[in-house]
Design a binder for this molecule. Sequence first.
Ligand SMILES: [Zn+2]
Length: 92
Amino acid sequence: MTTVSDEVTGERSPAMIERGLFAVHFWAGDTRNHRYPRAQLQDEARDTFSPGCTRDGVVIPARWAFRSELSQELGDDRDKAQDCRACFRRPR
Ligand SMILES: [Zn+2]
């Protein structure tokens, strides 16, 4: 059985790690694409999600999205002009 942690520690590209940890959704709240931690999205009991850009304290916590405000998961064919800059910036 392959667990998420096996995938994270095995041979992989940074893009694959990103995809394993984050899902990209369009958020109707500010009409941008943000990255959301999959662990949050998979928690059925949760209705509010904080995008990746809130993790560094860059963004105020009031910017939490409700499940109903998120689109389906988006792939690389999304409109990247809508990407949240803070979520998609290159890691330092
Ligand atoms: Zn963001």
